[in-house]
Design a protein around this ligand. Structure first.
Ligand SMILES: C[S@@+](CC[C@H](N)C(=O)[O-])C[C@H]1O[C@@H](n2cnc3c(N)ncnc32)[C@H](O)[C@@H]1O
Length: 183
C-alpha cells in the first residue's frame, strides 16, 4: 500500500499511534521513512516508547502528547511534514478529533504532502452490514463514537483544510485506505 502510493520516504507524523506497531513495521520496511509517534493515551505512548527503544535504525521519534481535537499540537507546530498518518482513530473518538485531525493536516503538511487514513467508513450513506454492526457496538460503548461517512463527513472538512482526495483503496474486512493530498 505505502509502496504503491509512493509513501516510502520523508518525515511522518502519526496521530493516535496506539501500540506503535504500524510505525515500527513501516520504518523497518522502508528505510526512507522517519516516523514520529503521538497519542493522548499514556499507555499507548509507553508501548510506542518500547518500539522506539527496540528499533536499531534510529528513525522512530516521539512519542509526543498530541490531542488531535486541539489546534495546538505542541512542538510539531511550525514543522512541515511529508505525511500525516492516522489509523483507526476516526471512529473510536469524538468527531472533534476528526475535525482537529483534518485541520492539523491542512496546517502542518507540506504542499504536496499526504494524509493517510485507515479504517471503516460509510460511503455516501451506504454502509457495509459488518461496519453498521460495528458502529452500533461502538456507539453503545460511547455515544460520541461511530463509523463516519467518508463522502458526507470527511471529504468536505478535508477540502476546507486544503486537502484533495487522491485515492480510496478497498482493504480487507470492509476497511479503506484513504489518501488526501495537500495542495
Ligand atoms: C483504536 S485505537 C487505534 C490505535 C492505532 N492507531 C492502531 O490502529 O492500532 C484509537 C487510538 O486513538 C487515540 N485517540 C483517541 N482520541 C484521540 C485524540 N483526540 N487525539 C489523539 N489520539 C486519540 C487513542 O488513545 C487510541 O490510541
Amino acid at each position: 500500500m505505502f509502496a504503491e502510493q509512493g509513501l516510502t520516504a520523508g518525515n511522518v507524523l502519526e496521530i493516535a499511534s496506539g501500540t506503535g506497531e504500524h510505525g515500527a513495521y513501516l520504518t523497518e520496511a522502508f528505510s526512507g521513512l522517519h516516523w514520529t509517534y503521538s497519542d493522548i493515551d499514556a499507555a499507548g505512548r509507553a508501548s510506542q516508547q518500547a518500539w522506539r527503544d527496540a528499533a536499531e535504525h534510529g528513525r522512530l521519534s516521539g512519542p509526543l502528547v498530541i490531542d488531535a481535537s486541539t489546534d495546538n499540537w505542541g512542538e510539531v507546530e511550525g514543522q512541515a511534514w511529508d505525511l500525516i498518518v492516522s489509523v483507526n482513530m476516526i471512529h473510536i473518538s469524538p468527531f472533534e478529533a476528526t475535525e482537529g485531525l483534518l485541520r492539523g493536516a491542512g496546517r502542518l503538511l507540506k504542499p504536496g504532502g499526504h494524509l493517510f487514513l485507515y479504517g471503516p467508513y460509510a460511503r455516501n450513506g451506504e454502509i457495509a452490514p459488518s461496519n453498521a454492526a460495528f458502529s452500533e457496538n461502538l456507539k453503545s460503548r460511547d455515544p460520541a463514537w461511530g463509523v463516519r461517512d467518508l463522502d458526507a463527513q470527511i471529504v468536505p472538512l478535508a477540502e476546507a483544510a486544503g486537502l484533495s482526495l487522491k485515492a480510496v483503496i478497498d482493504m480487507p474486512a470492509n476497511n479503506l485506505s484513504v489518501i488526501f493530498r495537500r495542495s
